[in-house]
Design a protein around this ligand. Structure first.
Ligand SMILES: *Cc1c(COP(=O)(O)O)cnc(C)c1O
Length: 359
């Protein structure tokens, strides 16, 4: 790895065994050395002076990507690669599999991931089976698949998958989409997974102003395979996006803690509200799904909100709601299910808005 100038090390002084995740989020991936900037620059370059290891961005990376990769790699405990988007990480993992490979994916999980895999199944590229997220026995019975693509908690139903039991049984690759939990909530590589992926578009970026994906592999050869796939597919992140994602990661611990505190409070109040038929909340994290009796009621409630915005996506500083079944890929989700991404606003203002919309 070559830095922006001779001798630059990204967070070289950070011993990943000694510091807590909160500290790593701040300190890992910083350039170090006399005269180095504390924040990695936005290196907007496709090409580099010949004669060094780094010749061309798409194949050799940039210092900006590498700073972000060093930071998330330290947090998840593996070798990281940055991609153009969350969904590009799945494209890369799929690209490493042979034609006809067997892949399992949760019946309820990010619609874009299921859609990509369904397409690959339809064209004969892969053989894809969907499994109920919490049916651990069914996942264990699928242990011979080439890839178990897990996501926990799931988007949008907030089911929790038993990663440890499934990874212990698996004979092929186990990948975990850790977008909802973040490395501060769950470290899948420690639970036996081979690959962790993130849509950094969501909580890691944290401000709804970028698209970026990350893979973190336990094994260096798996990481190299994913990096080679990034080069082949051209699924590279932008310089500004990588810089923004790292800037977002620096404050992830405090955003996550505060947004989780608010989510816990609101989940408890929603549970007590007579208009709500079901609340899905896994006990921690910033995402809640609550159910109203039908689509019409849910749309009416969403339409009555003043502070909480109706928009897709999640994990930013602003609270967002979406009735998820409107999407073709999520038509099997309960019609009145509202996915609620809890932001950084004052919890009492959020509750006032919700309570008045619920009537
Ligand atoms: C949004 C999302 C993705 C896709 O990420 P993009 O950055 O939009 O490509 C993947 N998994 C989960 C759980 C998501 O919420």
């Amino acid at each position: 790895m070559t830095g922006p100038s001779e001798g630059t090390v990204y967070g070289g002084g950070v011993d990943t065994n000694d510091w807590s995740p909160r500290t790593l989020a701040v300190a890992a991936g910083r350039p170090e050395g006399p005269g180095e900037p504390l924040n990695v620059p936005i290196v907007a370059a496709s090409t580099f002076d010949a004669g060094a290891d780094r010749a061309y961005s798409r194949q050799d990376g940039t210092p900006t990507w590498e700073a972000l990769e060093a930071a998330i790699g330290a947090l998840e405990g593996g070798h990281a690669t940055a991609f153009a988007s969350g969904i590009a990480t799945l494209s890369a993992v799929v690209d490493t599999l042979p034609v006809g490979a067997k892949v399992c994916v949760p019946t309820f999980s990010y619609a874009g991931s299921r859609g990509l895999l369904a397409h690959a199944h339809g064209t004969g590229r892969l053989v894809v089976t969907e499994i109920e997220p919490e049916d651990t026995a069914a996942w264990v019975a699928a242990a011979d698949a080439d890839l178990l693509w897990l996501e926990s908690p799931t988007n949008p139903t907030l089911d929790v998958i038993d990663i440890e039991t499934i990874a212990a049984a698996a004979n092929g690759l186990v990948a975990v989409d850790n977008t909802f939990a973040t490395p501060l909530g769950q470290r899948p590589l420690e639970l036996g997974a081979d690959i962790v992926v993130h849509s950094a578009t969501k909580l890691i970026g944290g401000h709804s102003d970028l698209l970026l994906g990350l893979t973190i592999a336990a094994d260096e050869s798996v990481a190299k395979g994913l990096r080679d796939a990034r080069t082949r597919l051209g699924a590279t992140p932008g310089a500004l996006e990588a810089w923004l994602a790292l800037r977002g990661l620096r404050t992830l611990p405090v955003r996550l803690a505060e947004q989780t505190r608010t989510a816990k409070l609101l989940a408890a109040r929603l549970l007590d509200h007579p208009a709500i038929t079901r609340v899905r909340y896994p006990g921690s994290g910033t995402m809640i799904a609550f159910e109203l009796p039908d689509a019409e009621t849910a749309d009416k409630v969403i339409g009555s909100l003043r502070l909480i915005r109706a928009a897709t996506s999640l994990g930013g500083v602003e609270s967002l709601v979406e009735r998820r079944a409107w999407m073709a890929g999520d038509a099997h989700v309960p019609a009145g299910l509202v996915r609620f991404s809890v932001g950084l606003e004052d919890p009492e203002d959020l509750w006032t808005d919700l309570a008045s919309a619920l009537g």
